[in-house]
Design a protein around this ligand. Sequence first.
Ligand code: COA
Length: 186
Amino acid sequence: MSVLSRLLNRTPAARGLVIEPMRRRDLTAIQVIERQVYPQPWSVNVFANEIEMSKQGQRYYVAAHRAGQLVGYAGMMIVADEAHITNIAADPLRQREGIGRRLLAELAWEARRRRCIGMTLEVRISNIAAQGLYHQFGFEPAGIRQRYYENVEDAIVMWCHDIDSAEYAARLMQLCPEGLQRTSRR
Ligand SMILES: CC(C)(COP(=O)(O)OP(=O)(O)OC[C@H]1O[C@@H](n2cnc3c(N)ncnc32)[C@H](O)[C@@H]1OP(=O)(O)O)[C@@H](O)C(=O)NCCC(=O)NCCS
């Protein structure tokens, strides 16, 4: 087995995880996860609207399936040369299997394809899991939005710069070689 094959097969999630544009037929399964992982879940209508805006190019939303089952999803808003990550979630029963990393890598590759130079997001100060994921991708804290969530919890604003560089592409390939096939679309 080659080094690349070994990397591609390093976790059960990496095997057989299919990342595709989010579709309306994904929304029932997405709602099941969304309601489990967020105190203020987005409604079906919000996702449907984001899918519509994806068709016009202002958004990019993807769903991750394994063995025909939806196991995660993520999306971002593109404004000029910046990509704002708006949502990323993995099925609570399948977390820590590399699904979030694969989804974020997909968003980062797409942001590069769209000539973005940076990515940004907000994350709850208590959300250590997500912060760990973002840190892997080179996001750094850039500020605090006080009481951003439910007018109670602060948000950390994070930025990841220079995503258009060759160094960042190498970082993505190292972080998530499973995403390599998608890069060939560039
Ligand atoms: C954040 C989230 C998407 C991560 O998805 P995931 O598939 O579980 O994450 P991965 O398995 O790809 O992990 C990637 C890295 O994230 C970090 N991480 C993930 N879960 C973690 C945890 N419970 N504790 C600490 N770090 C964690 C680690 O750095 C991990 O790398 P490692 O496994 O090599 O140590 C997932 O926890 C989730 O859906 N949370 C609920 C929704 C949410 O909070 N979204 C973010 C909103 S800002």
